[in-house]
Design a protein around this ligand. Structure first.
Ligand code: NAD
Length: 512
């Protein structure tokens, strides 16, 4: 706890009760509702934050509208330079911010540092991109005419994020949105507000050093109700929302009703196919890290293993042995593999899913349960468990955000691919095989239906260079690398006539 107090000081978190920030200005709320952030590591309260009121929200949106007029007129490479400095500031704060992520969210320290590294990586990517917001040129069918397309910013981008990647997801959105000329309003998860406040301090200091006005990067603290203010607000042309499919369906309806744009990054139900041609030792690391990393609380966590019948028993035995060696405990202690779930509601959900799985006929080869004792005082530490199931069990079709791994047996690759695709979600998928034909079939149009399909690596641990996101109930949005930046801009097609006449397209005649 002393260490955490020092981390908070290092991150300049002096005022722990703000409800919003427009950059360097922070505002308190008149709302009595306080959100406590308690660490799942040791149940200690980190701080209470206030929930923003509608009046607070209006202050933020007004500032963002004003700031947009300035920010959009700054040349993109100049915006990129500011993001370069933000990346440098993150490098300096990596240890403190990574530690706070680990303490507030409960992921291992290594993963906390990794999350900040992802923020740094997306800044580097965005800096280069700020000189590469390319549009196409086209040949006109009319003489002495030129056609091209260009990309303009949208305006205010609303970012709603989930607890499990409390800071990286914001930075994926913010870094791209900002270099594209947009301003941002971020509503972080109500479960992880303190890391968000830390990020806001870091970026605000960079803006101040560059005399950037208030309102370019805004933070608003609150729960679902504050999120709804954003999704219903026509002044926010794009809502980028990360979270559960339940949340995404509500956001899509609200934003769709006003014909706004939404970028949805929702739940996954990710599988690895372990083929008869797999390197089983390598598969073991991919499967175990995918299933127990972040205590099974990644959108890309491995939830299902689809294993060829000829290697099923051998692989199951290896997995059971590996699970016996897992060290569960304080995620800040680097010896531990598995930290806590985010809160006791998540624990109840985990226990409930185990019960449902048993009722449907699941056979647990590694039993679950909640750990007790002084090292597990928060009540959030659970045992990663493994059940043999059928793919069509209701509980298997559902994303349980906890370390429960399902084993399913297959005979042919066609059957394995059908099982892998046979869930409502479509985020990440993988095949472990040394057989080229199998790998290529898995990656073909007849293969995985997910946004991410890997060969000989697991389902989690994406790099920022690729477009990230998934199909079906995962929402269809893409963030991060490749051409994901286009979601944060509007395309404009331009035709310029430099002749002395005004010919109409398609040869239409119109004489006066
Ligand atoms: P959640 O859906 O409970 O909350 C996510 C965010 O949405 C929070 O900020 C919350 O306040 C807000 N919210 C909830 N309902 C809302 C509504 N009706 N209108 C506006 N905002 C609303 O999710 P969570 O428990 O924080 O996160 C876990 C989920 O997120 C998992 O399903 C996981 O798979 C998913 N996730 C997906 C990705 C991805 O990129 N696909 C990444 C991380 C997490």
């Amino acid at each position: 706890q002393n260490n955490i107090s020092q981390v908070l000081k290092n991150l300049n978190i002096l005022d722990l009760n703000p409800a919003y920030s427009t950059g360097n200005q922070w505002g308190a709320s008149t709302d009595a509702k306080i959100l406590d952030s308690n660490s799942p590591v040791d149940a200690k309260k980190i701080a209470g934050v206030k929930v923003a009121t509608i009046e607070n929200y209006e202050v933020v949106v007004k500032k963002a509208e004003e700031a947009y007029l300035f920010w959009r007129s700054l040349p993109a490479p100049k915006r990129g330079e500011i993001i370069r400095q933000f990346g440098d500031a993150l490098r300096k704060s990596k240890e403190d911010l990574g530690t706070l992520v680990s303490y507030e969210m409960g992921k291992s320290l290594q993963e906390g540092f990794g999350e900040v590294q992802e923020m740094i990586d997306i800044c580097d990517f965005a800096v280069g991109l700020s000189r590469q917001l390319y549009g196409l040129t086209m040949h006109s069918e009319r003489p002495s005419h030129r056609m091209y397309e260009q990309w303009h910013p949208l305006g205010i981008i609303g970012i709603i994020s989930a607890f499990n990647f409390p800071v990286a997801v914001w930075s994926w959105n913010a870094a791209l949105a900002l270099i594209c000329g947009n301003v941002c309003i971020w509503k972080p998860s109500e479960k992880t507000p303190i890391t968000a406040i830390a990020c806001q301090h870091i970026i605000a200091a960079v803006f101040k050093a560059n005399d950037i006005p208030e309102g370019v990067c805004n933070l608003i603290i609150g729960d679902k109700e504050v999120g709804e203010l954003m999704t219903n607000d026509h002044r926010i042309p794009l809502i980028s929302a990360t979270g559960s499919t339940r949340m995404g369906k509500a956001v899509a309806v609200a934003v769709g009703a006003r014909l706004g744009k939404s970028l949805l990054e929702l739940g996954g139900n990710n599988a690895i196919i372990i083929s008869e041609y797999a390197d089983l030792d390598m598969s073991l690391i991919g499967a175990a890290f995918g299933a127990v990393g972040t205590a099974g609380q990644r959108c890309t966590s491995t939830r299902r293993l689809i294993i060829h019948e000829s290697v099923y028993e051998t692989f199951k035995a290896k997995l059971v042995k590996a699970y016996g060696q897992l060290r569960i405990g304080d995620p800040l202690d680097q010896h531990n593999h598995v930290g806590p779930l985010i809160d006791t509601d998540a624990v109840a959900n985990y226990l409930n899913s185990i019960e449902k799985c048993k009722t449907e006929g699941g056979n647990f080869v590694v039993e679950g349960g909640v750990l007790e004792g002084p090292a597990y005082i928060s009540g959030c530490y659970v045992k990663p468990c493994i059940a043999e199931v059928k793919n069509d069990y209701k509980i298997v079709q559902h994303e349980t955000f906890a370390p429960i791994l399902y084993l399913i047996k297959y005979k042919t690759l066609d059957e394995a691919i059908a099982l892998q695709n046979g869930v409502p979600q479509g985020l990440s998928s993988a095949i472990m095989t040394l057989n080229l034909r199998e790998a290529e079939q898995f990656l073909s149009a007849q293969g995985s239906d997910c946004g991410i399909a890997n060969v000989n690596i697991g389902t989690s641990g994406a790099e920022i260079g690729g477009a990230f996101g998934g199909e079906k109930e995962t929402g269809g949005g893409r963030e991060s690398g490749s051409d994901a930046w286009k979601a944060y801009m509007r395309r404009q097609t331009n035709t310029i006539n430099y002749s002395n006449t005004l010919p109409l397209a398609q040869g239409i005649k119109f004489d006066l």
